[in-house]
Design a binder for this molecule. Structure first.
Ligand code: FES
Ligand SMILES: [Fe+2]
Length: 375
């Protein structure tokens, strides 16, 4: 985030705070309950948006050296990420070309080759078939060169390994993130590591979880026992960068900041910045760490969520990061409980408009971005 952008975002919020006003969109709006429960809508979102955009499959530090691998499930597809001897990370379906057995159990490690536990067909770190017991006699019609593991589109950039499940290899797979690329450069997430992580299974639609971060109207109420007192009441702003959203959530300390003397990077002392990388990856940028909120929608009313604290491990001890992560869990846990509270009513057949006030106009923008991607 450029210094000028930081200054103007904070100046606008400082002015609003000083005058007792709030950041408001031009109009209120809302959405029907249907979009959060409809299996057809969910399938459309999976096909045209979630599986067609970069999914943050791993932080680069999870594949630290040549030979590192991570076997995981991405949106229902068992996936094997492997960093080859050439340093490049590749993604494959974690499926043996013989009879489809899962090649590597979920988890991570270091290996230059992958041997199937069923009949020992073996692949190298580029996914090429190497050998199998009695292969030539048993499979005279098969060519080893045709038995490459099924490759998925995979790019490593900005400190993350991105996988696109449905896409054209000829196009830039990260095109949708390019408009926010300068901000991602600024974050330098590649220099951080995972200091704490938690997996959650949340009974709510993925859009409710994203929406929870796009307004500060609820801070003083829903977060009154956690972060509420440290933030301005009902004050946040946002801007779109392509299909992505950058929200700025000012702390109360912003009131005393002399913007003329502000240096780059200092915005993090006075505001949280939440990047919503369309569709399901959010980066909550705090003073000395980033919370990576990675949602994996499984059903209209179910989302797996991986909550990761990214930080420079040497900047503080593990005890400090554990405590920090617990605070994050407690705070975001309040948001997730609310999302489940809404979803319970939607699943129970509630029929009404979910209203987005002018303070919550980021929710309307987010839903419009989703809807235009589905056309
Ligand atoms: S299924 Fe993998 S070797 Fe047979
Ligand atoms: Fe919240």
């Amino acid at each position: 985030m450029e210094l000028m952008e930081q200054r103007s975002a904070l100046a606008a919020l400082q002015d609003l705070s000083a005058s007792g006003n709030f950041y408001q969109g031009p109009q209120s709006g809302g959405r029907s309950c249907r979009g959060y429960i409809s299996p057809d809508q969910f399938q459309l979102e999976q096909d045209r948006l979630i599986c067609s955009r970069p999914f943050a499959a791993a932080h680069s530090s999870e594949l630290p050296v040549p030979g590192s691998y991570k076997a995981c499930n991405i949106l229902g597809i068992p996936t094997l990420l492997a960093r080859g001897r050439d340093g490049r990370v590749r993604a494959f379906r974690n499926a043996c070309r013989h009879r489809g057995m899962r090649l590597v159990p979920e988890g991570s490690g270091c290996a230059g080759r992958f041997t199937c536990p069923y009949h020992a067909w073996t692949y190298d770190d580029t996914g090429s078939f190497v050998t199998g017991p009695h292969f030539q006699e048993g499979f005279p019609d098969l060519l080893a060169s045709d038995l490459q593991l099924h490759t998925l589109i995979c790019e490593e950039r900005w400190g993350f390994v991105w996988v696109v499940l449905k896409g054209d290899t000829l196009l830039n797979p990260l095109a949708s993130l390019e408009p926010i690329g300068r901000d991602l450069d600024w974050l330098a997430a590649s220099e951080l590591g995972i200091v704490a992580a938690t997996d959650l299974d949340i009974k709510a639609n993925w859009k409710l979880l994203v929406e929870g971060g796009l307004e500060a109207y609820h801070f003083r109420v829903a977060h009154r026992s956690t972060i509420g007192p440290y933030f301005e009441d009902n004050l946040s702003s946002y801007s779109t960068l392509g299909d992505n959203i950058r929200s700025v959530l000012p702390r109360r300390s912003l009131r005393g900041l002399d913007l003329a003397k502000m240096e780059t990077g200092v915005i993090r002392q006075y505001a949280n910045i939440l990047y919503t990388l369309m569709p399901t990856c959010q980066l909550l940028v705090q003073q000395d760490h980033i919370v990576w909120i990675n949602a994996m929608p499984l059903a209209p009313n179910r989302t797996l969520l991986r909550l990761v604290t990214l930080a420079s491990a040497t900047s503080a001890g593990q005890e400090y990061w554990d405590k920090n992560h617990d605070i994050t869990l407690a705070t975001l846990g309040e948001d997730f409980a609310i999302a489940e509270g809404i979803q319970g009513n939607l699943d129970g057949g509630l029929e009404q408009t979910l209203h987005f006030g002018r303070y919550e106009s980021g929710l309307g923008v987010f839903n419009s971005l989703v809807e235009s991607a589905l056309k």
